[in-house]
Design a protein around this ligand. Structure first.
Ligand SMILES: Nc1ncnc2c1ncn2[C@@H]1O[C@H](COP(=O)(O)OP(=O)(O)O)[C@@H](O)[C@H]1O
Ligand SMILES: O=C(OP(=O)(O)O)[C@H](O)COP(=O)(O)O
Length: 395
């Protein structure tokens, strides 16, 4: 696995795929710069070696050249974070861009225009990738968030850099964190899966049953397991067609010696709104007209004990409808437990869309070992897939 340390970038132009697909507000201001901050170590290391950086990224899902998706909107933010001037160009390929890239001096940074202004990017077009490859001497992939896409800049371009391609430090760190949980983690290993749907997590559950000692199934997806075992779940969300699968997962877990923890009680609401009436109910005894929207106190205590007894913890998916303040308690308490276990020496990884949002919203970011910068990429990694962006560097 080649990393930045395998190269000296002195007088070299590094063509770096970053994931600067960051959220912008209506004034085109960056509202969460995590992905830019996370790419900084790679860029700084190359500059310190005496190299120059050509940064390429996508932003959103544009249809052709659309100004609202231009990377020029984020250039000043990138400049602030890196503390180095960032040059921009109006395109990502072509003679003009090649000339600007060729004129870069050591220590300079060029940010290319949105790669997805060309449909060839997402199509994984070889000709487009070859044009990109002309811009740099060494290809560095640091875009974990887009590593599950076999696009021109994330995957195809690597074939033009035989022996001159490597992982950036962010991508290397993401790979290492997943490995710590899935392969080398100190036991007991715990995975906590929450969120809305069983169907979106099936492959993950089946993959991690071979890797973990404990599995907490929380959030909305727990109700499919409760109903499948004969519980009354009232109006709680449930995927009836996945009930046989839920029972099969419980059977598989038993055979593999994995302890499954499902909530024993719930905060039930009489309406899906923040000011609904609520009551604490046994998870198996939710009457019609009520739905489980958060983990109950007994479940929280039980989950706390499991978390505190674990040495390696993976968390994906909230334990309740955390977007509503009234139903965020279970997710916050779980975050507190994971923070405490981490302080005591456990390794904790948080990954996947909404759990990362929850961790940031409730201030746990600095209190867990690692927060992934990838949503879909992290989920696919947990499913056991080899991401094309990673495979292309290893080839
Ligand atoms: N008991 C519940 N009932 C309904 N929705 C829930 C419940 N618990 C969690 N959710 C919802 O699950 C969503 C996150 O699910 P999902 O997308 O699967 O998670 P992630 O993005 O972390 O993988 C959140 O919007 C949250 O409100
Ligand atoms: O933000 C991203 O994905 P994510 O929302 O799954 O983390 C990546 O930049 C990939 O973007 P895409 O899903 O448009 O290919």
């Amino acid at each position: 696995m080649k990393t930045l340390n395998d190269f000296n970038f002195e007088n070299k132009k590094a063509l770096i795929r970053v994931d600067f697909n960051v959220p912008l507000n209506e004034n085109f201001e960056v509202t969460d710069a995590t992905r830019i901050v996370s790419a900084k170590p790679t860029i700084i290391k190359i500059l310190e070696d005496g190299g120059s950086c050509i940064l390429m990224s996508h932003l959103g899902r544009p249809k052709g050249f659309q100004d609202e998706f231009s990377l020029k909107h984020i250039a000043s933010k990138v400049e602030d974070i890196l503390g180095v001037e960032v040059k921009t160009v109006a395109d990502c390929i072509g003679a003009d861009v090649e000339a600007v890239a060729a004129s870069l001096e050591p220590g300079q940074i060029l940010l290319l225009e949105n790669l997805r202004f060309y449909k060839e990017e997402t199509a994984g077009d070889v000709g487009f990738a070859e044009k990109l490859s002309k811009l740099g001497d060494i290809y560095v992939n640091d875009a974990f968030g887009t590593a599950h896409r076999a696009h021109a800049s994330t995957t195809i371009v690597a074939q033009f850099f035989e022996g001159k391609k490597c992982f950036g430090s962010l991508l290397a760190q993401e790979i290492d964190s997943i490995k710590k949980v899935m392969e080398t983690g100190e036991k007991p290993v715990l995975a906590i899966l929450g969120g809305a749907k069983v169907s979106s997590k099936i492959t993950i559950i089946e993959n991690i049953l071979d890797k973990v000692d404990h599995l907490i199934i929380g959030g909305g997806m727990a109700f499919t397991f409760v109903k499948a075992q004969g519980g009354n779940i009232g109006n709680s969300i449930c995927e009836d067609d996945k009930m046989p699968l839920a029972l099969d997962i419980l059977k598989q877990a038993k055979a593999k010696n994995v302890q499954i923890h499902i909530p024993v009680d719930t905060i039930a609401a009489d309406d899906f709104s923040n000011d609904a009436n609520t009551q604490i109910l046994d998870i198996n005894e939710i009457p019609d007209g009520w739905e489980g929207v958060d983990a109950g106190p007994k479940s929280r205590a039980q989950f706390h004990n499991v978390v505190m007894a674990s040495k390696t913890i993976l968390w994906n998916g909230p334990l309740g409808v955390f977007e509503m303040e009234s139903f965020a308690g279970g997710t916050i308490e779980l975050g507190n437990s994971i923070a405490e276990a981490t302080k005591n020496g456990a390794f904790s990884l948080v990954g996947g869309g909404d759990s990362v949002a929850a961790v940031k919203q409730f201030g746990f970011e600095e209190k867990v070992s690692y927060v992934s910068t990838g949503g879909g990429a992290m989920l696919e990694s947990l499913e056991g897939k080899t991401l094309p962006g990673i495979a292309a560097i290893l080839e």
